[in-house]
Design a protein around this ligand. Structure first.
Ligand code: B3K
Ligand code: ZN
Length: 865
């Protein structure tokens, strides 16, 4: 297998409107693997059935494969040819046949981590979206569903454990080899195929389903990692119970296996009955994982488990429908995590992620609707838009109909489409029919890209005191979509009456379904306190001119915690944007609001910690016409320092008590640790002389990773001897633990120090840095692109570093290389000097010979702006 063979010179654009049903279906597949790290022989037998009315050849997609032999109905067959990398088999006028194709793949040299690859001496697969064609010739499209029987044979010592989808129905030995036969009774698309062979140990448990069936659960890891799998196992059992309770969905096999792999392009993969995970989302113990890592494990285990219904039992007709499974499954995992912890904090985290990752995507050259109309490389569409905006679209439907009717809709969806490859339209129609709602206009969320803006204003009839809320929406132009239609935007609002007059204090759901809408609020003696888009009921930007004191009032009194958070954030944002624009503005209102939030922190410290965090540098930049990264950094640090100084005693009091024991993972303990991290960061921004020693003490005293990492990150921003000592101690202690070593790279790339770009350049030459591991690449370079002032250093050194990375990584791992490009594509938002430098780097990338389709698509679209 040569990686270059998957690199066409001219990328072809695939259009959603060109969908045609498959001409051949494959009800059954038998695969026989003779396993080897450098050479695995794959014998595939496809039982094909023609669905086209007239004779058509069978087209089997391949990527880097050569057929070693082709047989049809057990006879050697010569009526085949290669068309590019695809195998075309002429079957004459047959309507059914068994087509056998033998291939050989080289897992050791598969650095793309797509298809069958070797990682740490074990073999594993990643087939979504189009990796199966790197293992054997196949239509490799999600609307071809088959029952799989998989035989695998290999050296007992090298591959003691042999796993695939479904149930193991037979096994045996042959000399130094052993073999296993797996059968998956559920028809599935090729992207859900999985195989793992290696030296693994298992954490076993079981789950009894709601109908009383016993399911054997296994989490497979490398020797030595077993004692870090407990949290993932608990999360799995919690997910299984939750999906039964909330969606009525029961697991459907006797076995559910998860394997953790250290080299993995994404977070995890929902292969039927055999989920494969990035170790990052399985392994956790208090010494090595932060509370946030624990939450990540729980959320991703749930996400992949939930795919068993939303994705596997009902799959996607084509890849344009990706959000059908991803948006819905993200919504399901978000709801699960909210139920397991704090709904308010979870909502804040999800909205923060949406604003950090999706809003910029929607506002830039790579903007696309949650159901895209075209793509060149589908791997580039595993985006925040498909996933996170997709989840918001599902959430809006749920908000509009309420939980009971939503459940009727999803029941109908699963009933109607079980065993099928469905479309987003199928989902919307099931919600319409099951929940009883007309979603005609709502469908525009699937069609139109861009984040809608809603301008809101309240006026009064002087004679009657009657107040009216005026709403006006605009959807910005995006690539290929210059003109937009009005969306259906559900806004939860409440107008508080501060003056004791008759007011409408009940929350209501306003459906903004046209360009402009006037909503009567009722009579109020004074201007009502408007709380709008409560709970972030719609993924939009609301522009509402506030009078002095309003945001502070809402931050203190709104009965929706998300709205309290939002008001305090807006107050901070207004203050920061004014400062960056050179307007003098007092910090008192922000400081008072934070003080008040801290007073109530005892009840919900996690909420308080979230609420008092300053908006990120990137989010401040998103509010500006031209982003000034240096001024944003300066003013944000200045405000942080001012808050640190003004509330010094409060922060010190938070830190004075002992930290909760690291093994205490209760909501309260996690919240207190989070607040302590925030307190330390505020104090550090003051520049007070004793802070490095205090941070170092926190670092040294820490009995777990949450406190240790927070203290290390704080020290990493500064210039103290303690910084050098802590980084060294951390490195020596964890140099053999790859996931923790990632943190060591990451905190240095996150540093607010002026020399961070140079430090990253240096770290890339560190003996422990490697381009072969996507986690390590993201830890160093991904952290740099998230460090706004460093990445956008005025001399362009940050841009150059990322472009150099993309160029070096593309021949090895195009998927991960392409994911580093979008930050360079935001050039339009910056000053002319930076624009020129960013574009020059995109041009330099595009000038490289033999670029992958992945990088070509992302870089060329990014250059267009
Ligand atoms: N469905 C996988 C994504 C795999 C994509 C690979 N290019 C992970 C998930 O969303 O659950
Ligand atoms: Zn998913």
């Amino acid at each position: 297998m040569t990686d270059a063979s998957s690199t066409p010179a001219m990328p072809v654009t695939i259009h959603r409107g060109d969908y045609r049903p498959p001409e051949w279906q494959i009800p059954d597949i038998a695969l026989d693997f003779a396993l080897g790290i450098d050479a695995t022989r794959v014998a595939a037998a496809l039982s094909v059935v023609r669905h086209a009315d007239t004779p058509v050849p069978l087209v089997l997609r391949g990527d880097g494969l050569t057929p070693a032999a082709v047989r049809v109905d057990a006879e050697v067959w010569n009526d085949w040819r290669l068309d590019g990398s695809d195998l075309i088999v002429d079957l004459g006028d047959r309507t059914a046949a068994t087509v056998e194709v033998d291939t050989v793949v080289d897992p050791a040299s598969n650095t793309q981590l797509s298809g069958l690859y070797a990682s740490n001496g074990m073999l594993s697969t990643q087939c979504e979206a189009e990796g199966f064609r790197r293992i054997t010739f196949h239509p490799d499209r999600p609307d071809v569903l088959s029952r799989y029987k998989v035989r695998m044979q290999g050296d007992k010592a090298k591959f003691p454990i042999l796993l695939s989808n479904g149930n193991c129905i037979d096994r045996g030995e042959e000399g130094s080899d052993h073999w296993a036969l797996w059968e998956d009774p559920w028809p599935k698309p090729s992207y859900l195929f999985a195989l793992v062979a290696g030296d693994l140990v298992v954490n076993r448990d079981s789950f009894t389903t709601m109908s009383g069936r016993n399911v054997e659960l296994g989490i497979w890891v490398r020797d030595g990692d077993l004692d870090r799998t407990g949290h993932a196992m608990q999360a799995l059992k919690d997910s299984m119970a939750w999906d039964e309770r909330v969606y009525g969905r029961e697991y459907d096999l006797d076995l559910f296996n998860i394997v953790a792999v250290s080299d993995f392009n994404m977070g995890a993969m929902e292969n039927k009955g055999l989920n494969i995970f990035n170790t990052r989302y399985i392994l956790a113990d208090p010494d090595t994982a932060t509370d946030m890592d624990y939450d990540g494990v729980e959320g991703v285990v749930a996400h992949e488990y939930f795919h068993n219904w939303s994705g596997n039992r009902v799959t996607c007709r084509d890849w344009f429908q990706l959000s059908l499974k991803e948006g819905f499954t993200v919504f399901r995992d978000q709801s699960f995590s909210a139920d397991m912890g704090s709904p308010a904090v979870k909502r804040i985290e999800d909205v923060r992620l949406l604003r950090a990752a999706q809003f910029p995507e929607d506002a830039g050259p790579l903007a696309h609707p949650i159901r895209p109309d075209s793509y060149q490389e589908i791997s580039n569409f595993y985006t925040a838009t498909i996933y996170n905006k997709g989840a918001e679209i599902i959430r809006m439907m749920a908000t509009m109909v309420g939980p009971d009717r939503f459940r009727k809709g999803t029941d109908l969806y699963f009933d109607r489409h079980d065993g099928e490859a469905a479309t987003c339209e199928d989902f919307v129609r099931a919600i319409e029919d099951g929940a009883g709602i007309d979603l005609t206009q709502f469908r525009r969320w699937y069609e139109q890209a861009g984040t809608p803006r809603v301008a809101a204003r309240v006026d009064a009839n002087a004679a009657t005191g009657e107040r009216t809320l005026h709403l006006a929406q605009t959807v910005p132009p995006t690539p290929g979509q210059p003109d937009k239609q009005p969306m259906l935007i559900p806004l939860r609002i409440k107008a508080f009456d501060l003056d004791g007059g008759h007011g409408d204090e009940a929350e209501r759901l306003v459906l903004l379904d046209r360009a402009e809408l006037a909503v009567p609020l009722g009579p109020y003696r004074s201007r009502p306190m408007l709380s709008i888009n409560r709970g972030f009921s719609a993924p939009v930007i609301v522009d509402f001119a506030r009078e002095d004191g309003e945001l502070a009032w809402l931050a203190a009194h709104d009965d929706d915690p998300f709205a309290r958070y939002e008001a305090l954030q807006q107050l901070m944002l207004d203050t920061l944007v004014a400062a960056v624009s050179g307007e003098a503005r007092a910090n008192d209102a922000v400081i008072d609001a934070i003080a008040r939030t801290l007073e109530g922190a005892g009840e919900d410290p996690a909420f308080a910690a979230e609420a008092v965090l300053l908006p990120s540098e990137a989010f401040i930049g998103d509010q500006m016409v031209t982003v000034d990264p240096d001024a944003i950094r300066r003013e944000r640090l200045a405000l942080q320092g001012a808050i640190g100084t003004a509330l010094e005693s409060e922060w010190r009091a938070i830190l004075a008590g002992a930290a909760p024991p690291a093994a205490d993972l209760s909501r309260a303990a996690k919240g207190r640790r989070r607040l302590r991290g925030v307190a330390l960061a505020y104090l550090a921004a003051t520049g007070m002389a004793d802070i490095p020693a205090l941070a170092f003490k926190t670092f040294s005293d820490a009995d777990g990773m949450t406190e240790r990492q927070a203290a290390l990150a704080t020290l990493a921003h500064g210039d103290s001897d303690e910084r050098v000592a802590a980084l060294d101690i951390f490195y020596q202690r964890y140099r053999d633990n790859p996931l923790v070593l990632d943190k060591w790279f990451q905190v240095q790339a996150w540093s607010l120090r002026p020399d961070t770009v140079d430090a990253v350049k240096e770290l890339a030459r560190h003996a422990d840095f490697t381009l072969a591991n996507p986690n390590r690449v993201r830890a160093l370079y991904g952290a740099l692109t998230g460090n706004q002032a460093a990445f956008h250093q005025a001399d362009g050194a940050g841009y150059r570093l990322i472009a150099d990375l993309v160029i070096a990584l593309d021949p090895k791992n195009p998927q991960t290389a392409a994911r580093m490009i979008p930050p360079l594509g935001r050039w339009k938002r910056f000053d002319e000097g930076r624009q020129r430098l960013m574009r020059a780097e995109l041009e330099r990338i595009l000038a490289q010979p033999g670029l992958s389709r992945d990088v070509t698509e992302q870089a060329s679209k990014s250059l267009l702006g």
